[in-house]
Design a protein around this ligand. Structure first.
Ligand SMILES: *Cc1c(COP(=O)(O)O)cnc(C)c1O
Length: 377
């Protein structure tokens, strides 16, 4: 899927071609130096990305999943501990909790933003709860002040999963610097992505940063001296070189996404059943542009036939996945999350979308929603 479509869901080629000379020159420099990990490119990217998020410290790691697991470990969360999060997310959020041996506890989502409903936190907190893990899904921040207030009252850590929200803000503050630790995936298709697997943790707490640095490098600060059982979760110089080149463009790319979203929303409000909501205190960076449509599966097929890629983020809520069986959740426990999963669809979204491509998508959406045979509700 992708290459054969007129408008793929995501097209990463245009961005690569624009930056190709710069990236190739950086690759050559890194390879000529043969300093391939934890070198100057990693340190520079950590510094610049942390500053971008309004944070003192950045710890480059090998993926977003590892970023979350390292953050949890740095907070000494493990077996017997509970972490409150949402089921409307990518599996990695919950995998990281499982990786450290802790138990995920789910709250439902706000029916308008599809993000963590902080009003439900009080109902699920127990004496074993150690952290809240809000997910800034699709590019819109969770409403953080009530989450922070709740966490402070119960002496909990707040770990943000900001993997889909590089540059998004909540009350003027960039995500990643609002809770104790921010975790970002830098997977190639995110708002900021390397050419492979990468991630980063951001924090204003130097002790937590130091612990994450140690754990990501086999539990050592000094080579071959291992203070704790760590892992190999380092960011490498090749990926850091790509990220360093791309970071200065992130705001421009997010603005392009926002402009596309405005066009979609102007044209599709009242056509689809729901367009993305943006809270007055938030800036949305549209990792995905998610709408609700009737007869979703037929709608997707019709668009595919017209050369337009779509996807579902995500088709099955995490608490109902076979992998989560041991946590004992059944259908009906998170009704807003469950109902949403059957109705959402993501439309093509990436900075380099042209106005002609946007118009193709909009026309196809209008045509295929209006079509009576597809609209039999
Ligand atoms: C992509 C993503 C992750 C995992 O990141 P990887 O780099 O693929 O390990 C975690 N959480 C969310 C919400 C994501 O979108």
């Amino acid at each position: 899927m992708g290459a054969s479509l007129q408008v793929p869901l995501v097209d990463l080629r245009a961005q690569y071609l624009a930056l190709k000379p710069e990236i190739m020159a950086a690759f050559e420099e890194v390879l000529d130096s043969m300093q391939l990990f934890l070198g100057p490119r990693v340190r520079a990217f950590e510094h610049h990305f942390a500053a971008y998020c309004g944070c003192a410290e950045g710890v480059g790691v090998s993926s977003g999943t590892d970023a979350l697991a390292l953050a949890l470990r740095a907070c000494e969360i493990g077996p017997g501990d509970e972490v409150i999060t949402v089921s409307n997310t990518f599996i990695a959020t919950v995998e990281a909790i499982a990786m450290v041996g802790a138990t995920p506890v789910f709250v439902d989502i706000d029916p308008e933003t599809y993000l963590m409903d902080w009003r439900q936190l009080e109902q699920v907190v127990t004496s074993r709860t150690r952290a809240v893990l809000p997910v800034h899904l699709y590019g819109h921040a969770v409403e953080m002040q009530p989450v922070l207030d709740f966490a402070r009252a119960h002496h909990l850590y707040v770990i943000e999963d900001a993997s889909q929200a590089h540059g998004a803000t909540c009350n003027g503050q960039r995500v990643g610097g609002i809770g104790d630790i921010g975790c970002f995936s830098l997977y190639f298709s995110k708002n900021l992505g390397a050419f492979g697997e990468s991630g980063i943790c951001t924090t204003n707490n130097p002790a937590l940063a130091e612990k994450m640095r140690m754990i990501r490098d086999h539990g050592s600060r000094v080579r071959y001296h291992h203070e704790v059982m760590g892992v190999n979760a380092r960011l490498d110089e090749i990926q850091a070189a790509v990220l360093g080149i791309k970071l200065p463009y992130l705001d421009r790319w997010n603005e392009a996404r926002q402009a596309h979203a405005r066009t979609y929303t102007e044209q599709l409000s009242g056509v689809v059943d729901a367009v993305p909501v943006v809270r007055s205190w938030a800036t949305h960076v549209y990792c995905y542009y998610v709408v609700q449509v009737p007869q979703r599966d037929q709608f997707r097929q019709a668009l595919e036939l017209e050369g337009i890629g779509t996807n579902i983020h995500y088709p099955m809520p995490i608490h109902l996945q076979p992998a989560c069986r041991q946590y004992g959740y059944t259908a009906g426990l998170l009704p807003v999350t469950e109902a949403l999963a059957a109705k959402i669809v993501s439309l093509p979204m990436y900075p380099e979308l042209t106005s002609a491509q946007l118009q193709l998508v909009i026309d196809a959406v209008k045509r295929n929603i209006a079509h009576p045979s597809l609209h039999a509700r």
